[in-house]
Structures are given as structure tokens and as C-alpha cells.
Design a protein around this ligand. Structure first.
Ligand code: B4P
Length: 190
């Protein structure tokens, strides 16, 4: 059976991490969040984590070669997975091309790119809300949050066109209850 490899896409605060938790349970997938992987490196105070922290605290993207290397290692470590949810990856054209290369080499391509769509003011509200308890520097201040959204619009949003050209893009309304949004995602997966 072919693998269910899905890109869960959307701006910061769209609900990617939140919805991934439901989808991995339902479909038995492996969750690969580059944000979580980077925060793990920061916690362990690795060289990579120390380099990434400054960029993440400002709301800037981490260089492509770092996140591509992390994803490559994780894919190789889960060769028996039924599929992957890529959460927060790819975020640039170079990352999208590298991911296609890795998966096409195994004849296990991305089957769908599910894009959660949420208005900017709602994103800011959610992230400031999370910042009250998360301890994340990048959630703690509105100008950093707006920088993350600008980075997304400039470097990440154009990937919609990349996946549209492959016939894999599916837009999903990301406003509503968690359960309703999960239902929309499940319907889109089919
Ligand atoms: P990420 O960890 O990917 O963080 P994120 O964009 O904030 O999304 P996250 O998944 O955590 O939040 P969610 O929307 O679920 O990235 C952090 C940083 O890491 C980036 O800025 C960058 O520096 C670096 N990075 C990561 N990947 C990279 C890459 N590939 N290349 C380069 N740099 C990279 O949830 C947000 C909040 O909304 C939560 O509080 C949640 O409870 C709430 N929420 C969710 N759904 C809701 C709903 N329906 N209604 C109300 N609230 C909801």
C-alpha cells in the first residue's frame, strides 16, 4: 500500500501542531515538526540549537540546510512508517524541492498539501494566548509574531503554487472548533 505522506501547511498559529496530534492518531502516522525538533536541540543546548535559537527568537527562519538535514535523518530513522505528517516543513522552495527529492527517490511522494487558512488577527490572538503559558520567546511579543507572519508570507506562502502545480493543494478553513477542523482535514484526506 502506498504511504500517506502529508504536508500540513499554514501560517504560524494556524493549528498545524494542534491538528497533527489528531491526525497521527487516526492514521498511525509519524509526526515530523521542524519547530519541535529545533526546540529539542535548543533544550539540549547543542551547537545547532544555539545557532537556531537567535533566529527563532526573532521570528526568522532557520537556514535550509539545517532543517533539510534534520528531516532527512528522521525519514531514514522511520523507514517502516505508514506515512509522515510534515508540520512546519517545507517552509521555502528549496525545502520543498529537497523533500520531493528524498521522497521520490523512495517512490513515496507527498499525496496532499493541506493548507489551514486563518486570518492574521486571529493568528496573533492565538499566539499571544499561547505565549502566556508556553514560555516561548517567539510567542511573547506582538512584533515578533508579526515578523513570523511576514516571513511566512514572503518565503512560505508561495509554496501553495508549488503544490498547486502538482495538483496536491487543498485549502482548509482553519477557524472553528478543533473537532470541526479535524473533520475538514479528514474529509480532504478522503
Ligand atoms: P513552529 O514550531 O512550526 O511554530 P508555529 O508556526 O507557531 O506553529 P505551531 O504548530 O506551533 O502552532 P499551532 O498553529 O498548532 O515554528 C517555530 C519557529 O521555528 C519558526 O518561526 C522558525 O524560526 C523555526 N522553523 C521551524 N520550521 C522551520 C523550517 N522548516 N525552516 C526554517 N525555520 C523553521 O497553534 C498555535 C496556537 O493556536 C496554540 O495555542 C493552539 O492551541 C491554538 N489553536 C490551534 N487551533 C485553534 C483553533 N481552532 N481555535 C483556537 N485556537 C487554536
Amino acid at each position: 500500500m502506498s504511504k500517506l505522506n502529508i504536508v500540513l501547511f499554514g501560517p504560524p498559529g494556524a493549528g498545524k501542531g494542534t491538528q497533527s496530534a489528531f491526525l497521527i492518531q487516526r492514521y498511525g502516522l509519524v509526526h515530523l515538526s521542524t519547530g519541535d525538533l529545533l526546540r529539542g536541540e535548543i533544550k539540549e543546548e547543542t551547537e545547532l540549537g544555539i545557532a537556531a535559537k537567535e533566529l527563532m527568537d526573532r521570528g526568522d527562519l532557520v537556514p535550509d540546510h539545517i532543517v533539510i538535514g534534520m528531516i532527512r535523518n528522521k525519514i531514514e530513522a522511520h523507514l517502516d512508517a505508514q506515512g509522515f505528517i510534515f508540520d512546519g516543513f517545507p517552509r521555502t522552495q528549496a525545502q520543498a524541492e529537497a523533500l520531493d527529492e528524498m521522497l521520490n527517490a523512495k517512490s513515496e511522494p507527498i499525496v496532499a498539501m493541506l493548507a489551514l487558512e486563518v486570518p492574521e488577527e486571529e493568528l496573533v490572538k492565538r499566539l499571544l494566548g499561547r505565549g502566556e503559558t508556553s514560555g516561548r520567546t517567539d510567542d511573547s511579543n506582538e512584533s515578533i509574531i508579526r515578523n513570523r507572519i511576514r516571513e511566512y508570507e514572503k518565503k512560505t506562502a508561495p509554496l501553495r503554487g508549488y503544490y498547486q502545480a502538482q495538483g496536491k493543494f487543498k485549502g482548509i478553513d482553519g477557524v472553528g472548533s478543533l473537532a470541526d477542523i479535524t473533520d475538514r482535514l479528514v474529509k480532504a484526506i478522503g
